[in-house]
Write a protein that binds this ligand. Structure first.
Ligand code: 26V
Length: 817
């Protein structure tokens, strides 16, 4: 490394690796000699040694914030997909050289040690990983920012593919002690509920008329900013009822309030795996309130330690609500300010609104939560009273604004007056906060025009757009060290912390030796991925093929089925024409389907069968392969994304709020094949449409097409479309059960093809051919890849976080440009 790289970005020096601490932990925690230690023992000792290095800096970060009297940003989220910590912390502490030397000295295989750490699956997809990238950026920018979430004992299920089908296995990520977490029993909080409950064979049974108390036990995890000088906190709450103060409880109003510990613990036992609707599941309702109640109690307690004046709350505290899941914060903060602080309604409302901000992450109306009023009556009667009062005052204002328009009042009301009355949590979030943001420009536009037109008209100044971003440290520096080194050699290492940095790569797209370096790094990443896949799953991939990847949750709107349909078409072309010269492709799929989402699971099965069928066909299999990479999560993404040549972002336009994997692929030099949806539109604006492969209907065209859309027209007029659907319907991909995939054909032809697969299929195939042609010209391909990397700066979560900090939170960070 040259001198510049040794000093590097970030404010503190590289951290030497703490050998002595490691030996100490091995002996004192595990009571083993170095020779007798298992890989797991070694992992724990390494992690603890590193945590020892982090600990004093963690304390001094907190002290520095307090001395500055700094305003704090709090990020409340039901999900944090933080990924493994050890390698990330080594990178961010810049302890990498020391770590390599340490492993050599002790004869350790670094990968084996890193692999001992479970990847905490505390989230479903984009929303959860975004929360983790935001924390990474806040710490790196020196912003006083804390994440609040739940410590689910079981994260999202592990996905196993058996006979081509998804099987869900529980994820006991906490089965062994986690060296990164610090339990803080002294900072537990109480959560009061209006009724009690029991678990009866996995179903929650309410016990009316008996109030109950849960205890929230905080577990803190260090969030190491790049350079290692700022260590922020992710505080995760676990529900328990142990060691509540029963003397006080049995003296007061809460006689019999004890929830038995086993039942209490079920509140944070599992993450809900369904990213669609969860209506009807009282446990999820309790989880969301529990997160909010614990976090607000903690935030207020911290605020009161230094502040006597409640009116200063919005000057010291900014609370970001990650989707409707956290909008219980509106009535809960009001309750604290009115009932506990004794403020009058107007003052409390002003403080609440100025402290809270709300982010929406979806355009699917079924994902905008509504909770039965009845559950509020039972569990949260006081909060319901407050919601009614908020609504009453809000609707009075609406009536003053638009006299006589009762239809408008119905539409905007926080309460939905249907047969079962429900609280519209998105309305609550919008009415009760000072900022509502979408996560990409097109998404915010549609949020205002399609999803919430009335509220957007009433509060135009509240709505704004902040496009998502991803951490270049985790998804490039850590995940793709080869490419990261090539970039650093060319332009220095400022890109790690300064998003402008990437821009200076653009002129190098014309430099043939730089292109060769980038192409070589891609090949290395492919070999690494292929080797990892073979070791972990036994699946083989030919490195001399285009790696064409779609990695994300399985959902109809994301259209993995569209991808599969074009593979069927390609398969037919290759079967019919054995001489056809096409660049060889491996189509990779990765992602989980919610356990109850039958269609998504059938699509997974179809993709697996398609792959198996092709692999049996000698005339095709050398030119085309389909591989399903199981158990997609942060760790799999770190292997898969750097290796990919093509990034599939093919949602029906107007449905993907932003997408974030599109940005991760872009940073790693993959070219996007995509629709004009979410943040892909902005990526194309930055690097030029001609440097992506865009196709298909735009969001407005989707709206225009829909009323008269007839998928059968495509079947009747497009021979390849017809042949593909007929082949699927014939049972070709499931000879032992010929009707198996009939429902997929029905979905497209009989049930209206809601996501317009067939409308976009032709243009999708065309653009894929174009991509294939360009790939044959490696210089041209790599040139485009470099232009995409050069354009990735704005899609760093550092930019996103700075926008939140300036436009919503009013906080500053020591590392903010
Ligand atoms: C809803 C629910 C309903 C209750 C059960 C659990 C659960 C989990 C998640 C959700 C909403 C998911 C919304 C989501 O993940 N949206 C994604 O957010 C990304 C970050 O903003 C964005 O890039 C994706 O486009 C968007 O789909």
């Amino acid at each position: 490394m040259n001198e510049r790289n040794q000093s590097g970005p970030g404010s503190s020096e590289a951290t030497p690796f703490p050998d002595a601490l490691y030996d100490g932990h091995l002996t004192l925690d595990h009571v083993v000699s170095p020779g007798g230690a298992s890989s797991r023992d070694r992992y724990e000792a390494v992690a603890r040694a590193l945590r020892d290095v982090v600990a004093p800096r963690w304390l001094s970060t907190e002290r520095a914030y307090q001395e500055r009297g700094a305003k704090q940003a709090y990020y409340l989220s039901m999900e944090f997909l933080i990924g493994r910590a050890l390698a990330n912390n080594i990178t961010n502490l810049r302890a990498e050289p020391g770590w390599a030397a340490f492993c050599r000295r002790h004869g350790l295989d670094p990968l084996e040690i890193l692999d001992q750490e479970p990847d905490p699956g505390l989230g479903n997809g984009g929303l959860g990983r975004l929360a983790a990238c935001m924390l990474d950026s806040m710490a790196t920018l020196g912003i006083p920012g804390t994440g609040y979430g739940l410590r689910y004992r079981e994260g999202v299920f592990r996905q196993v593919i058996k006979d081509g089908e998804q099987v869900e296995r529980p994820d006991h990520w906490l089965a062994r002690p986690d060296p990164w977490e610090v339990a803080r029993p002294a900072e537990s909080v109480e959560v009061h509920l209006g009724c009690s409950f029991e678990m009866d064979k996995g179903v929650l049974r309410l016990i009316h008329g008996r109030p109950s108390i849960l205890k929230g036990m905080p577990y803190d995890r260090p969030i190491v900013g790049f350079g290692g000088s700022t260590i922020n906190t992710l505080r995760l709450w676990a529900a328990t009822s142990e060691a509540l103060d029963f003397v006080r409880i049995s003296r007061g109003d809460f006689v019999g309030a004890q929830v038995d510990p086993i039942t209490a613990e079920t509140v944070t036992l599992v993450l809900y795996p369904d990213d669609r609707s969860v209506r009807g599941r009282a446990l999820r309702f309790l989880q969301e309130y529990f997160l909010v109640a614990c976090s607000l109690a903690d935030i207020v307690r911290r605020f009161r330690r230094t502040q006597g004046d409640w009116l200063a709350l919005p000057d010291k505290v900014a609370i970001q609500l990650n989707d409707t899941h956290a909008t219980f914060a509106v009535p809960e903060l009001m309750r604290i300010l009115v009932d506990e602080a004794g403020l009058d309604w107007e003052a409390a409302w002003d403080l609440t609104r100025r402290s809270l901000a709300f982010t929406n992450h979806t355009l699917l109306t079924e994902a905008l939560e509504r909770w039965p009023v009845r559950w509020f009556e039972l569990f949260l009667p006081r909060q319901l009273e407050i919601i009614y009062e908020i609504n009453q005052r809000f609707l009075d204002e609406v009536r003053r604004h638009s006299p006589g328009d009762e239809a408008l009042v119905d539409r905007v009301s926080i309460i939905e007056e249907k047969s079962e009355r429900q609280v519209r949590m998105a309305h609550l979030g919008i009415v009760g906060s000072h900022s509502v943001n979408g996560v990409a420009e097109v998404h915010t536009g549609l949020l205002k025009s399609r999803v919430m037109p009335d509220l957007a008209a009433l509060f135009p100044e509240r709505f704004q757009s902040i496009t998502n971003g991803v951490s270049q440290r985790r998804f490039l520096l850590l995940a793709n060290p080869g490419l990261a080194a090539v970039i650093t050699r060319a332009i220095g290492d400022q890109w790690i912390v300064n998003l402008q940095g990437f821009g200076s790569l653009a002129p190098l797209a014309g430099d043939s030796s730089f292109r060769a370096d980038v192409a070589r790094a891609k090949q290395q990443a492919k070999l690494r991925f292929i080797d990892w896949l073979r070791r972990t799953t036994g699946q083989q991939i030919d490195p001399d093929t285009i790696l064409d990847t779609q990695a994300k949750r399985f959902h109809e709107y994301k259209r993995q089925l569209l991808n599969a349909l074009r593979i069927v078409i390609l398969y037919q072309r290759l079967r019919e024409n054995p001489e056809l010269q096409l660049p060889r492709r491996t189509c990779l799929f990765a992602g989980k389907a919610a356990s109850g989402y039958q269609v998504a699971k059938l699509i997974i099965q179809f993709i697996n069968r398609l792959g198996a069928t092709i692999a049996r066909e000698p005339s095709v299999r050398d030119r085309l392969a389909v591989v399903f990479v199981p158990d997609y999560g942060v760790s799999v993404a770190e292997h898969l994304i750097p290796a990919s040549d093509i990034s599939e972002q093919i949602s029906t336009a107007g449905f993907e709020a932003s997408g974030t994997s599109n940005m991760k692929f872009m940073m790693n030099g993959a070219l996007t094949v995509g629709t004009r949806d979410g943040a892909t539109i902005e990526m194309a604006r930055v690097v030029g449409e001609e440097n992506l492969f865009l196709f298909g209907l735009t969001a407005p065209q989707v709206d225009e097409t829909r009323p008269a859309y007839d998928p059968r027209w495509h079947y009747e007029n497009e021979p390849e479309t017809r042949a593909a659907l007929d082949l699927i319907g014939s049972g070709h991909f499931s000879p032992e059960d010929p009707g198996l995939f009939g429902p997929l054909v029905d979905l497209l032809l009989r049930d209206g093809d809601y996501y317009l697969h067939l409308a976009d299929l032709r243009s999708y195939c065309e653009v894929q051919e174009e991509a294939g042609r360009l790939y044959a010209d490696q210089a041209a391909w790599t040139r485009r890849a470099i232009l995409n990397i050069a354009g990735a700066g704005p899609f760093s979560s550092d930019r996103a976080v700075m926008e939140y900090a300036r436009r919503i939170w009013g906080v500053t960070g020591s590392g903010m440009a």
